[in-house]
Structures are given as C-alpha cells and as structure tokens.
Design a protein around this ligand. Structure first.
Ligand code: CA
Length: 226
C-alpha cells in the first residue's frame, strides 16, 4: 500500500504543494492542518515518515515531536521550518527530529530527504493498529477481534485498516472509496457497500456493531455513537 506519510502543516499552499507532489510520487499522504489533528494522527496512526511543521495552530511542532518521542516511537521525522538559525535546527534535532528542511525549499530536495528517511531500516517495535477490541498486525496481517482471528480478503483488510486509522470519525463514501480503492468515486457503484456489509458481518461474529452507517454522510467506525 505504499509508504505512509503523515504531513502536519497549516499553510494551505505549502501543504497542498507537498501533499500533491508526494501523492504523484506514489506516497500515501495524510495531511493534518493543525497541531491537535496532527497529535491525533500521531497517536492513532502508523506511519513510515512524518513531515512536521514547527509553527502550527494548537500544539506546536516541537511539542508534538517531544511527546511522540517520549511515547517511545522512532518513526523518522523531517522537521519543516521557516527558521534557519543554527540554534533552532539544534533544538529540532535535540527534540528527536531526524532531519530538517528550511522553507522555502525545492520539491526535489524534499523528495530526496523523504526517500532517504523512508529507506531507513524500520525499527518500529509496534506494528499493531488497534481500536476498541480490534487488532491489526501490519507485519503479519493477522487481524483479531476480542482475541479471535478473522479471515479477511485483501480489500476487506484495506478497508478495515482505513477505518482503524480514522476511528470515531464520520467518513464519507467518497473519501473511503478514493483512499481504499484509489479510484475516483462515481457514486453509482455499490462496491464499497458490498465490502462494508461483508466486513461488518465478519467483525460482528465476535462482538457488537463497529461500522455504523450515518445516513446521508457515510460511515463511522467505533463504539455506538450516543
Ligand atoms: Ca506553519
């Protein structure tokens, strides 16, 4: 499913430029536009490389980075900053960044740095993505609910992984379809619904409903909304 990259950047033009460029290069990019959303993605997702801006609304990049490292994770982080003072670079690296890039930068340079970080041997101990009692081990592709193994097709796995990475969030059909199938959603095909129904059934063998239909809006993965 390609290299999973989390971009945390509040400036629309820069974020758009980075996200679009990296997607064209085949990266799977999730873009958070403030520190709070970034923090949420850092704690709930599994990433291969993280691009982190220093100045963000909400929690700033340096704080996010420190917390992320304190939680024991060592995913490579490329720090993006408008600051080019030596002391600031040192602060970024001291806080656990693997590399930094000062704005403005050329896309080619960003791409070269990201590729270098993505090639590093992965030392991530925890390859499990989990929500409620569902566990997905990315290394072995073993999926469990309440400790019992589920047999999923490749597409159901991809769909479940997308849900697990976006728990407690209403997800539109367009967004799910375009991310999981990597095709434009025409709103006519029922492929997505068919897969949701089969995945839901398999999950419900060992527990209550986790994939909820939100009328007119899409789906929601998690405990029942109250
Ligand atoms: Ca910023």
């Amino acid at each position: 499913m390609g290299i999973r990259l989390l971009l945390i950047e509040d400036e629309q033009a820069i974020g758009d430029f980075i996200a679009r460029g990296l997607r064209e290069e085949g990266f799977n990019v999730e873009w958070a536009t403030d520190g709070d959303a970034g923090g949420h993605h850092l704690t709930t997702g599994t990433w291969d490389v993280i691009l982190l801006d220093w100045w963000l609304p909400g929690v700033d990049g340096l704080t996010l980075l420190r917390k992320f490292r304190q939680s024991g994770r060592d995913t490579p982080v490329l720090f993006l900053t408008a600051r080019d003072a030596v002391s600031d670079r040192v602060r970024g690296l001291d806080s656990g960044a693997d590399d930094y890039l000062c704005k403005p930068f050329a896309f080619e340079e960003l791409l070269a740095r990201v590729r270098a970080l993505a090639r590093r041997p992965s030392v991530i101990a925890n390859t499990v993505v989990a929500h409620t009692d569902v566990h997905f081990d990315l290394a072995t592709h073993r999926v469990e609910r309440a400790g019992k193994k589920l047999d999923l097709t490749a597409k159901e796995e991809a769909l479940l992984l997308f849900f697990l990475r976006h728990p407690d969030e209403v997800l539109s059909r367009t967004r799910i379809y375009e991310q999981v199938w990597d095709e434009r959603y025409d709103g006519l095909s029922n492929t997505l619904e068919v897969h949701v129904v089969s995945l839901r059934k398999k999950l419900e063998v060992n527990g209550g409903r986790l994939i909820h239909t939100v009328r007119g809006r899409g789906y929601y993965f998690g405990e029942e909304m109250t």
